[in-house]
Design a protein around this ligand. Sequence first.
Ligand SMILES: [Zn+2]
Length: 119
Amino acid sequence: MSINLKHYKEILLMRKAELEKILYNLSNEINDINRCEIKDEGDFAAASMDSGRDYQIFLAQKKELEEINEALKKIDEGTYGICEMCDEPIQEERLKIKPYAKYCIICREYIEKEGKKHK
Ligand SMILES: [Zn+2]
């Protein structure tokens, strides 16, 4: 395999540590909000509107962390950098931008197009 696995593993581990720190801080903030006394639905809506943006970030970061963990597992299993859909190697240009990419550019575009069609 031509891609430098050690290099990508380092990038993934670094990003993982970063995300875990962010998630830890965000979940503390979200817990603070949840601990506030919420008496009725209206209060809850107001409280969650403030925290809504944080919560969206929290979910996005959490998803990224999961994808990074999967990518790290693939490195150990020797399947890293292989498209899950067509089994072809993922372009290195793509891995540089998104080291935890699951699909090659062609499959990714196909999935996005299909996703739009179903909406
Ligand atoms: Zn593919």
